[in-house]
Ligand binder design. Sequence first.
Ligand SMILES: Cc1cc2nc3c(=O)[nH]c(=O)nc-3n(C[C@H](O)[C@H](O)[C@H](O)COP(=O)(O)OP(=O)(O)OC[C@H]3O[C@@H](n4cnc5c(N)ncnc54)[C@H](O)[C@@H]3O)c2cc1C
Length: 272
Amino acid sequence: MKPVDFDYSAAETVDEALTQLSGADVKVMSGGQSLGPMLNLRLVRPSALVGLAATAALRRIEDASGAVTVGAAVRHAEFEDGKVPDPAGGMMQYVARGIAHRAVRTRGTIGGSLAHADPAADWVTTLTTLDAVLTLRGAAGSRDVPMTGFMQGAFTTALRDGEIIESIRIPKRSESVRWGYYKICRKVGEFAEAIGALVVDPGQRYCRVVMGATDGAPVVLDDFSRRLAAEGAAALSGLADTVRATLPDANPVSLRQHEVALRRAIQQVYPS
Ligand SMILES: Cc1cc2nc3c(=O)[nH]c(=O)nc-3n(C[C@H](O)[C@H](O)[C@H](O)COP(=O)(O)OP(=O)(O)OC[C@H]3O[C@@H](n4cnc5c(N)ncnc54)[C@H](O)[C@@H]3O)c2cc1C
């Protein structure tokens, strides 16, 4: 199938993008890796698309003392290639390498992935684990939304009509940071069926374990994270119960996959 006819213009500035976005049935496009197929299937039928891939302000990469801030149009491949300073012991570079295939990674962007909010995508879980904060911008101004409140369900976010993701701020972890990331998928380059992710930073008293690729937003396992910080690998004995309690409606295969993904991620930090 082919997309419906639409106008296209590339925005040079964020203000230009926001002005154009105020029109009826206008959508923004970054890498086009998720939007392209949706257009082809006519799941979306915009009157116009505004391209963000080359908008200079959305391509910025900033390394400040407490955080790394990236514009929404920074591509997966730029993380993979080490062009983004590392906020947390190499976790983002590792995760980027596992997203789809190189052809997708050279076009797909971090902001496009977050806005699309596919539960099985890698950045939504990773940035929840890293406690990132998004800056959203609309005609009325900017607001900051933590990743934990941004994704509200499958393909549902806190973005309001006329707003875009401008940037993502990722706190820098201390030198003592360790992380684990494990995704279960059928073939390399495919979306995950289960993701286990954690960041443990004793220097900052930070420990967060996240279950990704559920039916909705990534789930922060708060109680389990506290237990893991206190007990280390001994906390693994309670993992199966935690997974069952968190996903009461999941089938046995899915429960097992989530448990395995989390266990393997945790064992990267706490080898037994
Ligand atoms: C074959 C294939 C395999 C894939 N495998 C994986 C995988 O293993 N893991 C994974 O995580 N992802 C995977 N992806 C998805 C890929 O990472 C996409 O790059 C990503 O989902 C969308 O990014 P994009 O820049 O292409 O966004 P686009 O397709 O341009 O846009 C996606 C949506 O976000 C909106 N949008 C884009 N930018 C913004 C913005 N700045 N502010 C607000 N809204 C915005 C668009 O309007 C659209 O609704 C795969 C994709 C393909 C085609």
